[in-house]
Design a protein around this ligand. Structure first.
Ligand code: ZN
Ligand code: ZN
Length: 335
C-alpha cells in the first residue's frame, strides 16, 4: 500500500495553547506496531483536560486523540495479527508493562508503567498514527468510521463505569449527559434498567435527548429524582455532583466517578455517605472491557450521535465540548 512521507496533524506544543495544524513525517511502525491510516478520531473530554493542562506531564509536542478508527497500511515485524487494509480501533490504553503487580492480577488498567494514546504517546488527531497491535480492537462491521469512534473511549470507559455499578442495580442515575452517557444509557435500557438523566440546570435539549434514548426521567443535576437510585455514575467533571449523587442514592448504593479529572469535592456531612453507600472512581480500561463492550454494543444496538469536524478544526471541536455546545460526540474526519 502506498504510504506518503508527510501527513497533516493537529499538535499540542504547550498545555494551555491551541493546537497547531502542521505537516509532519508519517511515523514508522516499531516491531509490535501497526501504521494506521486514520479515518476518524473522536474528541473526548480527556483531550480537553490534556490540552488545558489539567492532566500533567503529557508527551510534548503531542498529537492528541484516543478514539481512533483507521485501517492498517503497514505492519512491524511482529505485528502479524492484523491484515493490511483491516479496519481497527485504537483506545486510550496504548501499552502496559505486563510485569507489575496490577498487570499480573488482571488489572492492567492500573499498570504502574502504562502508555496512554494521545497523552503519553501520539494519538489520532492526524492522517496517520502508529499503535501497538496488542491494544487495538477489531470493530463491529455495522458501524461507520464516524459512528464507531466514540465507542472507543466514551463507550469503553463508560461501560467500565456502568459495570462497576454492579449487575444487580435497577435504577441508574447518570450525571452529565454527553458522549459516555448517551452510549451507556442505551446499554442500561437494553438490560432492563431504569435510567435517570441529570444535566446542567436548564439544559432542556440534553434532557430531551436523554428521554429520546429511553431515560424514564431527565432533569437538572440540582433536582432529586422521583425515586432513589441504586447507583449513580458521574461523567461530568464537577466535584459538587458527588454529594448530590450520594443524596439521590439509596442505602447500600454506589456512586461511580467515570472521569479522569474532577474539580474539588466540597465537604459534606457523614450522614450523606452513611448506611453503606460506596464511592469509587474508574481508571482507564482493560482489553477485556473492550472485548465485552464490542460484543454487546451491536446487540443493543448502541447508536452514537456524532457531530463531524474536519481535522483542521479540532480547536473548534474542543471549544464546543468545553462550552457544552455538542449533542452526542464530536468526531474529527480526515477526508
Ligand atoms: Zn503493569
Ligand atoms: Zn477518552
Amino acid at each position: 500500500m502506498q504510504v506518503p512521507e508527510k501527513m497533516h496533524a493537529m499538535v499540542l506544543n504547550e498545555p494551555g495553547q491551541s493546537l497547531q495544524y502542521r505537516e509532519m513525517p508519517v511515523p514508522e511502525p516499531a516491531p509490535e506496531q501497526v501504521l494506521i491510516k486514520v479515518h476518524a478520531c473522536g474528541v473526548c473530554r480527556t483531550d480537553l483536560h490534556v490540552v488545558d493542562g489539567e492532566l500533567t506531564h503529557p508527551k510534548l509536542p503531542l498529537i492528541p486523540g484516543h478514539e481512533i478508527v483507521g485501517s492498517v497500511v503497514k505492519k512491524g515485524a511482529h505485528a502479524e495479527a492484523f491484515k493490511i487494509g483491516e479496519r481497527i480501533g485504537i483506545p486510550w490504553l496504548g501499552y502496559t508493562c505486563g510485569e507489575c503487580r496490577f498487570c499480573r492480577e488482571n488489572r492492567e488498567n492500573l499498570c504502574d508503567r502504562p502508555l496512554f494514546t494521545g497523552y503519553t504517546i501520539d494519538g489520532g488527531y492526524a492522517e496517520y498514527t502508529v499503535a501497538d497491535r496488542r491494544y487495538c480492537f477489531p470493530l463491529p462491521e455495522n458501524y461507520s468510521d464516524m459512528n464507531a469512534a466514540p465507542l472507543l473511549c466514551a463507550g469503553l470507559i463508560g461501560y467500565r463505569s456502568y459495570r462497576m455499578a454492579g449487575d444487580h442495580v435497577k435504577r441508574v442515575g447518570i450525571y452529565g449527559f454527553g458522549g459516555a452517557a448517551h452510549i451507556i444509557a442505551q446499554v442500561a435500557v437494553y438490560q432492563g434498567k431504569k435510567v435517570f438523566a441529570f444535566t446542567r440546570p436548564g439544559d432542556v435539549q440534553a434532557q430531551k435527548f436523554a428521554r429520546r434514548l429511553g431515560a424514564v426521567w431527565a432533569g437538572d443535576s440540582t433536582e432529586m429524582p422521583p425515586e432513589l437510585l441504586d447507583a449513580a455514575i458521574i461523567f461530568a467533571p464537577v466535584g459538587s455532583l458527588l454529594p448530590a449523587a450520594l443524596r439521590a442514592t439509596i442505602k447500600g448504593g454506589i456512586v461511580v466517578c467515570g472521569g479522569i479529572h474532577m474539580s474539588d469535592i466540597p465537604a459534606f456531612p457523614y450522614q450523606v455517605l452513611w448506611e453503606e453507600r460506596v464511592v469509587c472512581s474508574v481508571a482507564n480500561l482493560t482489553r477485556k472491557d473492550g472485548e465485552e463492550f464490542f460484543a454487546i454494543a451491536p446487540k443493543v444496538p448502541v447508536v452514537t450521535e456524532v457531530e463531524p469536524f474536519p481535522l483542521a478544526q479540532a480547536n473548534e471541536a474542543l471549544n464546543c465540548l468545553r462550552e457544552g455546545r455538542l449533542q452526542g460526540a464530536a468526531v474529527l474526519t480526515m477526508e
